[in-house]
Design a protein around this ligand. Structure first.
Ligand code: SPV
Ligand code: MG
Length: 433
């Protein structure tokens, strides 16, 4: 019987380094590719552009590949243990760094049944991540971007969305990365906020900024970024207009529209006095959701229903009864909002909600109860956390401080230490220098 050779790949972009791996593997026997699932990749970096099936289709056609199976973890051990391949072929770059622990585990397992590890010199000067970064500079289609939200939710314990009110703030959300234990951690996407979009143009957050203008803003963000976006759709407008809004958002590549169950002149939910705000009837709002769901064309676009019961002084029972009705009407997810400084009410909601719905995505916007950690949110059944206004709230005091300093000193020298240097701003956007 022909020997078996295991290699593990993500294969979001194929390059000559992969070819060398495949050519070597072929010499030893039939190749089994352990293809990393979105979830496995998400353990360490952002999910691939191509989904699992698309990546599989490419790999199965390579010479010498007998089968492509799923590798559900960044760690190879499980697959090696169950498949017991005669050989594992790998680049020698995993001898050091965070992969070395996995290498040690794999070696031990292979030794136990007589398997052999073949290591080939790592192909220098090329890495998939570098290629992907290059791809990012080129573009992402609306279809790929739109689909990224559902895949992100499925792959992550909790997905993090950061408010973006301009292309520049979105570039920060796109590129800010920190490294923890060899894992690259960044935001999963953007939140287009009615509050910050309105504030930037000096208008109140009461739907006076029209939707098409907000979509233009999103379009500008999309020109220079690749991550998915969740849009704050306010009340969704008149039901007769809602269909058109869905289609416009979808066409642009927005992944989800969140609409809140208010009626009349909408005002911001975090206001101290919400006594003049009124909630839409449960049945009427459910009908709006159904109309929206019928209007969408793609399978992956999501309509998320935002429940304002706590904001408007109603209790848990009202919120839960609305959740049932909105999901029945077709809502793809629920956002439970609260302006309390304490997370108690949203946690109480999530506990009851998760008893009934195991998989429906649940969204939290912890602006007021900001002491809650992402881990606690995840442990209580939340899938998405939205940092809804933080980039704009960061920029305003920074700008105001500089304006004041210039006035006080009658020159700008003293303000300089708070500023991006001239050199830095000239190097910020590729092509400027
Ligand atoms: C927004 O960001 O506009 C929101 C969230 O709708 S909140 O401001 O909390 O109402
Ligand atoms: Mg809003």
């Amino acid at each position: 019987m022909k020997k078996t050779v295991y290699i593990s790949l993500t294969a979001d972009s194929i390059h000559h380094g992969h070819m060398k791996l495949l050519e070597t593997a072929r010499k030893y026997g039939d190749i089994i590719i352990g293809l990393l699932s979105d979830k496995a990749v998400a353990e360490h970096k952002r999910i691939p552009y191509l989904n699992f099936e698309q990546r599989k289709k490419i790999l199965i056609n390579f010479k010498g590949v007998k089968s492509v199976i799923v590798q559900n973890e960044w760690d190879y051990s499980k697959n090696i243990k169950s498949l017991k391949p005669d050989f594992l072929v790998h680049g020698d770059d995993w001898k050091t760094g965070h992969m070395s622990e996995i290498r040690r585990k794999v070696l031990k397992i292979m030794k136990s049944y007589g398997g052999k590890l073949i290591e080939i010199p790592y192909t220098k000067g090329v890495s998939s991540s570098a290629l992907i970064n290059h791809l990012n500079e080129i573009s992402v289609t609306p279809d790929i971007r739109r689909s990224l939200l559902r895949r992100t939710i499925e792959s992550n314990k909790i997905s993090k969305f950061l408010e973006a009110h301009s292309p520049l703030s979105a570039i920060i959300g796109e590129n800010t990365l920190i490294e923890k234990k060899g894992k690259k951690i960044g935001f999963d996407g953007f939140w287009s906020s009615s509050l910050t979009d309105s504030t930037v143009v000096g208008k109140p957050d009461n739907e006076s900024l029209d939707f098409s203008q907000r979509l233009n803003g999103v379009d500008q963000i999309f020109e220079v970024t690749t991550k998915p976006l969740i849009m704050d759709g306010d009340t969704g407008g008149k039901v007769e207009h809602f269909e058109m809004r869905i289609k416009s958002a979808e066409r642009l590549g927005i992944s989800a529209l969140i609409i809140e169950d208010k009626k009349g002149l909408k005002k911001n939910s975090l206001l101290n006095d919400t006594s003049r705000q009124t909630q839409e009837g449960k049945i009427k709002f459910s009908e709006k959701i159904s109309v929206g769901k019928k209007a969408q064309i793609s399978d992956d676009f999501m309509i998320i229903a935002r429940i304002e019961s706590f904001i408007l002084g109603k209790g848990l029972n009202d919120a839960i009864s609305r959740a049932h009705s909105y999901i029945e009407a077709g809502a793809d997810g629920i956002m439970i909002h609260s302006k309390s400084k304490n997370p108690r009410e949203v946690i109480a909601f999530s506990k009851v909600f998760r008893k009934n719905y195991k998989k429906i995505p649940l969204v939290s916007v912890p602006s007021s109860y900001n002491q809650i950690s992402e881990k606690t949110l995840y442990e209580n059944g939340f899938n998405i956390v939205i940092y809804a206004n933080h980039m704009l709230r960061a920029s305003y005091p920074a700008m105001q401080h500089v304006a004041k300093t210039i006035l006080e000193k009658n020159r700008s020298k003293e303000a300089d230490k708070k500023l991006l240097s001239i050199k830095e701003i000239l190097n910020l956007i590729p092509g400027t220098n």
